[in-house]
Write a protein of this length. Sequence first.
Lengths: 317, 317
Amino acid sequence: MELLDRFFSGDIRALSRLITQVENRREGFRKLLGDLSKKTGRAIKIGVTGPPGAGKSTLVYCLTSLLSGAGTKVGIVAVDPSSPFTGGALLGDRVRMGELPSDGRVYFRSMASRGATGGLSSATDNVSMVLDAFGFDIILIETVGVGQVELDIVDACDTVVVVVVPESGDAVQTMKAGLMEVADIMVVNKADRQGAESLAVELKHALHLRTSTQDAWETKVVTTQANQSIGIEKLHQRIREHLEFIKANDHFDRHRRLQVQKKILAILSHRFRREFIDRLAEQVDFDQIVDDVYRGRSDPYLVADELYQTYARSHPS
Amino acid sequence: MELLDRFFSGDIRALSRLITQVENRREGFRKLLGDLSKKTGRAIKIGVTGPPGAGKSTLVYCLTSLLSGAGTKVGIVAVDPSSPFTGGALLGDRVRMGELPSDGRVYFRSMASRGATGGLSSATDNVSMVLDAFGFDIILIETVGVGQVELDIVDACDTVVVVVVPESGDAVQTMKAGLMEVADIMVVNKADRQGAESLAVELKHALHLRTSTQDAWETKVVTTQANQSIGIEKLHQRIREHLEFIKANDHFDRHRRLQVQKKILAILSHRFRREFIDRLAEQVDFDQIVDDVYRGRSDPYLVADELYQTYARSHPS
């Protein structure tokens, strides 16, 4: 049977193979994604982000456990190199992760976070597309919320959960790190620790001040103790409320269209770059040009301008 | 007097204004950077990265203090939203930072880490260029070493210092996070804490196993207690050794040429994207195309291909 047929019949090994093809941008992956993309759009994407050590993976584990127990099919994509899903954590964590159902209701995949060809954000999005086409109901995407690319990844999700702990600093720091800006729901995890309650109050206050327009979602604050499975149902409830809210007005639609637009432009940018380099390699002595800039005989902006003109002139029309 | 004249005469306020122009990509910033770029290439760029809470800013402060005390002019660029240089830390930290010389030997600037037009990496590089042209001897670039873009930023420096603490996990996690890969020098900070010594031993072992070729620099491990100014001279010594090493063979040269090449390609990518969007806006109904993809009537790869052909055909030749 063809790989794609096996994929559509629910074969997990076929799923893994397709993900690898897409992640490594193997020959034909564009055609493959094109074919799959018509089967996508059904899954809900939930991003979970926050500083290292906030307990994101444990929370993702608890959510997955709750969801899969109710029959929901959950795909997990971990972009966090320290996540136990990627094998980056303590043995105990890894064993516990093994307790999730292994009958195909739950699938997890970690992303190589450095040097992804074409960009980490694009690679993560492509892997999500494959999971969506396979039939997962919910895709949980875990990233470390410190880098720009990583925040962009969760920003592309339907609902964004930001996880913090008292140790990760006060509300001001959360705001400055750009975490509050992307959050639909803020989780104060490890709620039994000192400072958790005051952090939750602080965040509520800051978020309340922020909400500007009447039809905007007001970010909710939930306290949890993920390692004790405390607060998970409340979190799940908040996620559902958020999804209902954005579907009831046009936020969901608008946000997804924007993501489609971004995706098309990202594919194009990548293509331009590739074609440009191929073409230039035949026409100009790029090493010489680099050398001129390096030695201060020219400047990168001038050179880029000249190269662009060369490209434009040579383009078949 | 013209702004640029004031800049070249060493006026700090002119420096700040030019940086703002460049960071915000104001009208004419390309021409400006082009003009400045011929005056660049003299400054040494040192990247300091590591997980949040590792004490990067304190270390940068100590290094700056040591260097400026010896007459070296130091420019600091903080890409870390939680850095005290960006105002993200405790009051005590900020006051202490104020003790650095204010006579123009030291200058610091924080980068807005979210939503930098044209990319954070490019913005940071442009700001470094301005500092280089102004005449700073050393540029210290502080980033949070968790995100891909942030690691790329320090990777573009001549010397990369990675700061870890016992709390940031073991050597395996450091490796997985991509931190070891970019490090020329690894600092185990907060060396008085439990686990610091064993982490240093572990790192040395892992690094020793890694070094493959004979002419490659073997990453050094330094232990420090930055808040007590302990170990800073040793670190400085190691940085000098690394710079001597890369200058004695062709690593320095090769790495800088590679950075020039990357910069030219980044400028071009940005330009293509801009011109492409302008051109398409006149020719196609982009909203309709997005809608087709959104509704599953087409796929993003197919659409990107068609748009590329439209662009190619319309291009003046």
